[in-house]
Design a protein around this ligand. Structure first.
Ligand SMILES: [Cu+2]
Length: 427
């Protein structure tokens, strides 16, 4: 009974944010345990209410219930009583079986997120949008060959960037055939320092790309004449330029077409990594692009006034709010983890922190650091951090500017044999 009752409880955006523990001071316990404690209290209260309201029904239907000890009839009554149950259960089931999704230890959390998503989807039910698919944060390899060729294709699409918000139109970059539809992130590119790079910008190679206007690409990793390289490209047209990646770092790329705030705020930002020479191997390497979203009408263009006011609705890692909180990134205990982080903005600063861990080594904008709790990244800045998780567990990573974290800038690393959720939790 109590398990079913928990799943019936609708989760509003507000209660979800409250559960995030967003106003906790630094040094507080990890998010998930707090979530569970608050969740547990809500669940207890809900269970009590459900029990009271059900009591009369139970008395009146005592004979029926006795006859239904086998369980089948009870389930049917439960289904009729609680229209919310079926979609939640169905979504949870779909989430656990979705191919390619890393669900370790996160099944319940995913069900909770999906329940919220179905509510928001209902609010914008007339807007068609791409289904969410978790973005694989594994760092992609450097392309083969003596010249690293990137075919970067612009696409304009309607997707959600948060389970709590209606769908929105996002303008994105796909790279060498990788398109993260169903999220708002653009694909990353990776080369080694000294590599020759050829960029080919394709502004909508087919009708499916939905391009309606000129776009461009401005690549911070390149030393080129911007007047030649970063030109506007008409819909359906292509533009190429080449350069040598002489400086290591985590660089931003973005559309530079005017108004540039609109194009970058509508999604046209991404990560270009130039790996340094003699970088020690790391067991795990992941990429995380932090990005802001300024929502307009459901399914419509992003809101320029919100961009001018620097008031994003959503701030997310890799294009979808809290996606790695709902389904954490799994790592092996005791192995080195390297996180490549870009603050793609376009306008907010970020304070990247992993709860329960300290960065052994950091490299931000050419400055090497060590023993660091947080790295600070201005819009466009990037770097990498290295850490090792010595104890099994779940380690949230956040934008430690908490007013921004609650907009979706949180996720988690989870070791392979992390302890199960606390007893009494709904997760
Ligand atoms: Cu653009």
């Amino acid at each position: 009974m109590s398990t079913v009752a928990r799943h019936r409880r609708p989760r509003s955006t507000k209660s979800r944010q409250a559960r995030g523990g967003h106003h906790r001071p630094p040094g507080s316990p990890p998010l998930d345990p707090l979530d569970r404690r608050i969740d547990g209290r809500l669940d207890e209260r809900f269970d009590a209410e459900t029990t009271r309201s059900s009591f009369a029904i139970v008395l009146a239907g005592f004979a029926v219930l006795m006859a239904a000890i086998a369980g089948v009839t009870v389930l049917v009554i439960g289904g009729e009583d609680s229209p919310g149950e079926t979609p939640v259960a169905a979504v949870a089931s779909a989430g656990t079986t979705m191919p390619g999704m890393d669900m370790s230890g996160a099944t319940g959390a995913t069900a909770a997120g999906a329940a919220t998503a179905s509510t928001a989807a209902g609010a914008a039910k007339n807007v068609a949008f791409e289904p969410f698919q978790r973005v694989d944060p594994t760092l992609p390899p450097v392309p083969p060959g003596p010249v690293k060729h990137f075919r970067v294709e612009v696409y304009q699409h309607v997707t959600k960037v948060s389970p709590d918000e209606p769908p929105t139109e996002v303008w994105s970059f796909g790279v060498n055939g990788t398109f993260y539809r169903g999220t708002g992130v653009s694909a990353p590119m990776v080369v080694n320092v000294g590599d020759k790079v050829k960029m080919t910008l394709v502004n909508g190679g087919s009708k499916a790309m939905g391009v309606t206007m000129p776009h461009s690409i401005d690549l911070h990793a390149a030393e080129v004449d911007p007047g030649e390289a970063y030109v506007d490209v008409a819909p359906g047209k292509t533009h190429s330029f080449s350069f040598v990646a002489e400086h290591p770092g985590v660089f931003m790329y973005h559309c530079a077409t005017q108004p540039i705030l609109l194009h970058t705020g509508a999604g046209m930002v991404g990560m270009f990594i130039v790996k340094p020479k003699n970088l020690p191997p790391s067991h795990h390497e992941f990429w995380l692009t932090q990005q802001e979203y300024y929502l307009g009408e459901p399914g419509g263009m992003a809101d320029l006034a919100k961009m001018e006011a620097e008031q994003p609705d959503v701030i997310a890692f890799n294009g979808y709010a809290d996606q790695y909180k709902e389904a954490p990134i799994v790592v092996d205990r005791g192995h080195r983890v390297r996180l490549w982080v870009l603050n793609a903005g376009p306008s907010k600063w970020t304070a990247f922190h992993v709860i329960g861990s300290i960065f052994d080594r950091t490299m931000v904008e050419g400055v090497e650091g060590h023993d660091a709790q947080t790295i600070s990244l201005a819009p466009s800045q990037g770097g990498y951090v290295e850490l090792t998780l010595d104890k099994e567990g779940t380690y949230p990573f956040v934008d430690h500017s908490f007013g921004d974290m609650i907009k979706g800038a949180s996720g988690a690393l989870q070791t392979t044999n992390a302890p199960p959720p606390m007893p009494g939790s709904s997760h």
